[in-house]
Structures are given as C-alpha cells and as structure tokens.
Design a protein around this ligand. Sequence first.
Ligand SMILES: C[S@@+](CC[C@H](N)C(=O)[O-])C[C@H]1O[C@@H](n2cnc3c(N)ncnc32)[C@H](O)[C@@H]1O
Length: 236
Amino acid sequence: MTSTDTGRQSTAGHHEAGTPAVGAIDFGDFRRTTPIAGQFGYERGQPIDRHYIEGFLQENAPVICGHVLEIGDNTYTTRFGGEHVRRSEVLHVTSDSPSATIVADLADAPEIPPDTFDCVICTQTLQLIYDVRAAVATLHRIVRPGGVVLATFPGISQVDDPAWAPSWYWHFTPASARRLFGDVFGNPHVQVESHGNVLTAMCFLHGLASHELRRGELDIADPRFPFLITVRAIKA
Ligand SMILES: C[S@@+](CC[C@H](N)C(=O)[O-])C[C@H]1O[C@@H](n2cnc3c(N)ncnc32)[C@H](O)[C@@H]1O
C-alpha cells in the first residue's frame, strides 16, 4: 500500500496512518453497503452515541434533582439524579407506555402546567418532533425559573429503528441547536457542545459499540463532524 504522506500525530495521542493514495484505500471490513450491525450498536454493547449522552448527564448530575421530567422512561433520572430526585415524572407521546405519568405532545402540551420542573431530561427526542421550535418553547415553559433542560440529539446517525424511523424528521448541527434554544432561553443561558469525530460517526453508522473504540478516539471532538449534540439550557 502506498501513502502520499508519512502519517501524522492525531490529537488522540497515537500516530495515525498517512493519507492513502487514490485507489489505495484499504476498506477492510467496511467494504460493504449494509452496516456491520444495526440498531445503533445495541447488538454489540453500548451504542457510541450513548457514551456521549451518559457522559454529558454524568457531568450535569448535580442539576438532576428535585422535580424531574424525563422522556420515555426514567432510567437517567434514577441513575444520575438518585436520591436528589424528589419526584420523577415520565412523558410519553402515546398512551401505550406503562411507565408514563404524562401523555403529551411536546409540540403542543397545554396540559402540562408552566414552571413545573427543576430539570427536564430530553435525550434523543427532538429529532422526532416535526415542529421542533414549538417543542423547545414547551420545554422552556414547563421548566421553572432557574431550572435546567438537558437535551441531546443526533448530528450524524443511522435511523435503524422501525418504531421511530417514520417520524425521524431531523438531524441537528451545533448551529441549529444554538439557534433553537438560544431564541427561546436566551443565548447566555444556553451551552451547546458537539461530540465525536469522523471515526466515531463512521463506526456508529456501522452499528459498532463504544468499547470497540479506544478512549482517546472517543474523546476527540472534531467540530467538522458534529456526531452527537448536547444542550444545557437554563430558564432565566
Ligand atoms: C428514542 S426515545 C428517546 C427517549 C429515551 N429516554 C432515550 O433517551 O432513549 C423517543 C421518545 O420520544 C418521545 N416522543 C416522540 N415524539 C414526541 C412528541 N411529539 N412529544 C413528546 N415526546 C415525543 C417518545 O415518547 C419516546 O419516548
């Protein structure tokens, strides 16, 4: 195999292979038009996006307290809020979820009173809501002043989920996340971060799991490849 340069030091700390010449790429296991595994990586371990989602929630664990709303289930409320959670609520969009304490459409949820929650955990949900600006307005309305919304959404993703694929409307960028939340919460109250890089994105598209990558590879946030986006927004 030939290379057009001699390789370079990656910010992951190890020496990366040089740039192969045109026609000399070694595609290896990736020379296929179907993914190595489906279902985001669950078949092989922890999905790569969950590595970043759970890291973000761990960092923000101190604000997961009091009256907490989570979408779909309360796994993260329990895991990261623990005994600091006074009351845990679960919102589901349809009435078929036994764990739901609130059935509502975030795009239009007048049944949820304003200024209710200390913290809303809204992971991997906004991509499924067509009127996403209305949903962010609802998040702002239902959190109490001083309360926090912790949101995550896909930047680069497969949509291999029969339940949600038909209503998977959006992929986001840090710019769209900043405007979506900044317009409602006010820019100074919104922190947006982009996670991942070309390798994590490629491996996630192939359904690989986080433990199949090196820690240093996962840690690199390359803004050219916003794979997973996190938002922390505080209601003033
Ligand atoms: C992929 S799950 C994500 C939530 C889950 N806790 C997680 O982190 O994986 C998608 C969730 O989006 C919710 N959802 C979809 N459309 C919605 C809408 N219009 N309003 C409120 N929730 C919605 C569903 O109830 C579902 O629980």
